[in-house]
Design a protein around this ligand. Sequence first.
Ligand SMILES: [Zn+2]
Length: 164
Amino acid sequence: MKKKISRAKAIELGLTRYTGRPCRRGHICERYTFSCTCVECARNSHSRFDKSPKGRKARRRYNTGPNGVEAHRRYAVSPKGIEAHRRYDDSPKGHETDRRYKDSPKGQEAKHRYDSSPKGLERNRDARHERLLERALDTTRDDFNPARAALLLAHAYQREEYCL
Ligand SMILES: [Zn+2]
């Protein structure tokens, strides 16, 4: 068992917690030096507040406010945050979120912006060429045309050279 520390002693030592009498709810635990609140009671009232409509609203206000946005940005670029985001993106829930975003007006708008950007145009062109080539080289297709396949392949090689 830890050594008992009175509130006066805690203040003297600059500690945030002290050992008080059991609280009126019967918790035998530490209390906060600044408020005399039982740590266990504080935790309970916090979780009750967090689950209440008022608490939810407060959290939303914080999350969308400057402080919350800044905190999230800092977290997102930290090693822990990067790892957590990666884990979420790979999870079924993350895939679902991704799909919902892509179907939303905002996601469509972002895709449109990307597709018409120089980077997006280039990427789409490459993807289109690749699809075209793949189809042309597919000998199992009814409309397989060796001459066309050869031509497209030659073009592809030429493009590769340009890239090098
Ligand atoms: Zn308590």
